[in-house]
Ligand binder design. Structure first.
Ligand SMILES: Cc1cc2nc3c(=O)[nH]c(=O)nc-3n(C[C@H](O)[C@H](O)[C@H](O)COP(=O)(O)O)c2cc1C
Length: 161
């Protein structure tokens, strides 16, 4: 039973967790690129404001077909206590997601704010049944127990457990 791992990552933290899920489950990694082309300064100045306004970025790929998968994991960095505009756009870009199970993942500096609830709400609006939400603060990125909990939830929800 296969897993799609759709994620946005600018500095590698979300990507690192996404790759751990993929190697444990044989899931398909689907990285989403924000076409804005931020640098470190504009990411904070423009990116945070756009995230706060719940904007959708222009992304590559523009459409994400998950119809052959059983479970969809969506991962986002936290920007201004919110999912990133690229993650918002990724959820909108899902094709064939209706009626599937979903797990939300966010990585953050320790203050996720409303990110998990916002991503869950957006996925529910796309017809995805969200069965778990996980936030990873910096210390969690090297916490094998936390990683094992996430992997176990993904495997169980995908019917691999
Ligand atoms: C523009 C910007 C805004 C951020 N806002 C928050 C925030 O509100 N709360 C928080 O805990 N971390 C915040 N962070 C830290 C990131 O969420 C954290 O470093 C995350 O793991 C980055 O993921 P990535 O490496 O996959 O891009 C922010 C980082 C950036 C670049």
């Amino acid at each position: 039973m296969s897993v799609a791992i759709v994620y946005h990552s600018e500095t590698g933290n979300t990507e690192g967790v996404a790759k751990r899920i993929a190697s444990a489950t044989g899931g398909e990694l689907i990285p989403v690129k924000d076409c804005t082309g931020y640098n470190k300064i504009t990411m904070y100045l423009l990116g945070s404001a756009r995230a706060r306004r719940r904007e959708l970025a222009r992304i590559e790929p523009a459409a994400i077909d998950v119809s052959r998968h059983t479970l969809i994991v969506v991962g986002s960095p936290v920007w201004a206590w919110s999912p990133t505009p690229a993650a918002n756009a990724a959820i909108a870009a899902l094709r064939g997601c209706e009626g599937k199970k979903g797990i939300v993942l966010a990585t953050c500096g320790g203050k996720p704010g409303e990110t998990l609830a916002m991503m869950k709400e957006a996925l529910l609006a796309r017809g995805v049944d969200v069965v778990g939400t996980f936030a990873f603060a910096p210390r969690d990125l090297t916490d094998e127990q936390k990683m094992a909990e996430l992997v176990s939830a993904v495997k169980q929800s995908a019917g691999q457990g």
